[in-house]
Design a protein around this ligand. Structure first.
Ligand SMILES: [Zn+2]
Length: 133
């Protein structure tokens, strides 16, 4: 292998992993913004990178461009509390997300938005309710 190829591969793999990782973040919430529930088009650093926030799952949430741009470098919780769409359940979900408890975060998001679907379990539940009726 040529030495330049090695450098190229080293360079390429993290980017590919980064893309996969970004995708997985959006997948957690079914591509909905963690703050307002609209389609998530970006990844928001809860603790901004300018303040030392890391690009890891615990610090990165799916967000729509509007929330992401509006929040900018502000503290996520202070900013969020001022929003019209503020929902304490979502705030708790964000906190759980930051603590790395994605399972709890997703449960809280689902509570905030009953239409939000984590996976097929909901569908099964609906079906059993239908049968029981
Ligand atoms: Zn949003």
């Amino acid at each position: 292998m040529h030495i330049d190829d090695a450098v190229f591969l080293e360079d390429l793999c993290p980017k590919f992993r980064f893309r996969q990782w970004r995708k997985s973040i959006h997948k957690f919430t079914g591509k909905s913004c963690i703050y307002c529930g609209k389609p998530s088009e970006s990844i928001d650093h809860v603790l901004p990178r300018s303040q030392g926030g890391l690009s890891k799952t615990e610090n990165c949430v799916p967000a729509c461009l509007s929330c992401n741009g509006d929040k900018s470098d502000e503290n996520a919780f202070y900013w969020y509390r001022r929003q019209k769409f503020y929902d304490p359940r979502r705030a708790m979900a964000i906190r759980a997300w930051l603590e790395g408890d994605l399972r709890l975060a997703l449960r809280l998001l689902q509570w905030a938005n009953p239409k939000f679907r984590i996976n097929n379990k909901n569908y099964e539940k609906d079906e059993s309710e239908y049968k029981a009726a």
